[in-house]
Design a protein around this ligand. Structure first.
Ligand code: IPD
Ligand code: CA
Ligand code: CA
Length: 264
């Protein structure tokens, strides 16, 4: 695939951080970790990955702003552009030695996501998309899955955990979903879960209580792979509402209907 200079910068940053995470993952048992909150950890690996990404992006585009999970928001001289970064999505997996985690980098221009990269170093899988240019998994073009019937679908989700999310609501939604689909998966890294929708591995996905850095890159991957993404009210306010529903046109609609019905 021919990548723009901008997408190349993002890919370089994601892969460099990913290599650092992969090295740390090998020594995960020895990592010193500190608690960020109940069931929510931040590790040295996480912080150094963020620094690598910051340094690379800052060098390439010194004027752009940042929204990073660990360091927060840093306005740029250029008010049009903002990088949205999750240096390690799937922290709990990482800390438990489960090889399902990723680096996620997106670029926002005038409030619209225009490019996104998700890199899973454990499988060496790079997902990349730029507005109008399609979405790719390594060198292969991605398309969302074409299934139309819920009974044939595998749907991804994120499940609340201690101190995070509404367990009762999720039980209602899970119950309604379980009865209609061929399988539900909770791999534990939202950015990768969304990339799986883009790659046609998941037919759909929904989750509450996500942050912009969990979703931003995945959103453009799915759009460029021909899928639909919205919040649970079928609007484009995913960052404000902190929830997301995704799939092909038909499955996206079905998911919205099942979830909203479960909650009324
Ligand atoms: C988490 C993962 C997880 C999702 C959580 C996120 P982190 O991100 O994406 O799948 O369910 O809500 O916070 O903490 O591993 O970067
Ligand atoms: Ca995350
Ligand atoms: Ca993270």
């Amino acid at each position: 695939m021919a990548r723009s200079a901008l997408l190349n910068v993002m890919v370089q940053a994601a892969m460099k951080a990913g290599r650092s995470l992969a090295r740390d993952f090998g020594e995960v048992q020895n990592l010193q970790v500190s608690r960020k909150g109940p069931a929510d950890f931040v590790s040295n690996a996480d912080l150094s990955a963020e620094k690598i990404i910051y340094d690379e992006l800052k060098l390439a585009r010194p004027d752009y702003g940042f929204l990073m999970e660990e360091s927060g928001s840093q306005p740029g001289v250029d008010p049009q552009h903002r990088w949205i970064v999750d240096p390690l999505d799937g922290t709990t997996n990482f800390l438990h030695g489960i090889p399902f985690f990723a680096v996620s980098i997106a670029l926002e221009r005038d409030g619209q996501i225009v490019a996104g990269v998700v890199y899973n170093p454990a499988l060496d899988e790079l997902y990349a998309a730029e507005r109008g240019s399609g979405a790719f998994l390594n060198d292969r073009r991605m398309r969302v899955a074409g299934r139309f019937e819920m009974k044939n679908c595998v749907i991804g989700t994120g499940i609340p955990f201690m101190g995070h999310g509404d367990c009762v609501r999720h039980m209602r939604e899970l119950r309604a979903m379980m009865e209609k689909v061929s399988g539900i998966r909770r791999p534990g890294a939202a950015a990768l879960d969304l990339a799986f929708v883009a790659a046609g591995r998941f037919d759909g996905f929904w989750e509450h209580d996500l942050k912009a850095w969990d979703m931003a890159a995945g959103i453009i991957l799915i759009r460029e792979a021909g899928g639909l993404v919205s919040d649970l009210d079928d609007r484009q306010l995913m960052f404000d509402k902190q929830n997301i529903v995704a799939g092909n046109g038909r499955i996206h609609k079905e998911l919205l209907s099942i979830i909203n019905k479960a909650n009324t």
